[in-house]
Design a protein around this ligand. Structure first.
Ligand code: SF4
Ligand code: SF4
Length: 199
């Protein structure tokens, strides 16, 4: 029958409209501006309103969400930052839009290359968030970040990320991707145990 779809659509809207008040009465203020409230409103079983009040509220990001890459460093007991990147250049090679630029460190005495980057740039406006760099890095040195709030008025100053801006500690990586981190650490420990048993 003509118009039946419109009536059904309005029915859905009304169900959500009244459902919002019913849930507000049942749950009270805890439904808004709390992590649990956002989690409940993001579920497929939600009753009533399901939108979030961005930027005051943010959707809960799944672990595998990826936005821009960042470089991981480990914090040594001495407080020194140990950058995992060896400037091997694999990430720059596999990057489809070629938005990574790396310069390797050179030993000032011997002139030989040192496996560490002296410069590392990513043009984040060209990055297509594919995650290839993180997939192919043999040293777990580059990972995909969850931070998507990067708007600015100055592309040249703010959107060409240099080494200092790209570096983040391993504990940060662990906080946004706990399962990936645990899996990689377990694999690293296993490899280390095998190497030490051989020697
Ligand atoms: S981030 Fe990884 S793949 Fe890229 S240069 Fe550094 S070690 Fe190589
Ligand atoms: S996420 Fe993809 S496009 Fe962005 S830097 Fe990595 S490889 Fe390049």
């Amino acid at each position: 029958m003509n118009g039946w779809g419109i009536i059904r659509g309005l029915g859905v809207t009304l169900r959500h409209f009244f459902g919002t008040y019913a849930e507000d009465l049942r749950r009270g203020k805890s439904r808004y501006f709390t992590k649990q409230g956002v989690r409940e409103r993001s579920a497929s079983t939600v009753r009533g309103i399901f939108t979030v009040q961005y930027p005051e509220e943010k959707l809960i990001i799944p672990e595998e969400f990826r936005y821009l890459p960042f470089l991981v460093y480990d914090e040594l007991e001495s407080g020194e930052k140990k950058i995992r990147c060896t400037s091997c250049g694999i990430c720059a090679k596999v990057c489809p839009p070629q938005c990574i630029w790396i310069e390797r460190t050179t030993d000032p005495v011997t002139g030989r290359p040192v496996p560490a980057p002296v410069a590392f740039y990513i043009d984040i406006d060209i990055c297509m968030n594919c995650g290839f760099c993180a997939e192919y890095c043999p040293f777990d040195a580059i990972k995909m970040d969850h931070d998507f709030e990067i708007a600015s008025y100055d592309r040249k100053a703010e959107h060409i990320y240099a080494l200092e801006k790209l570096l983040k500690p391993a504990v940060y990586y662990q906080s946004i991707r706990p399962e990936n981190f645990a899996r990689e650490e377990a694999s690293r420990m296993e490899k280390e145990a095998k190497t030490s048993s051989k020697s």
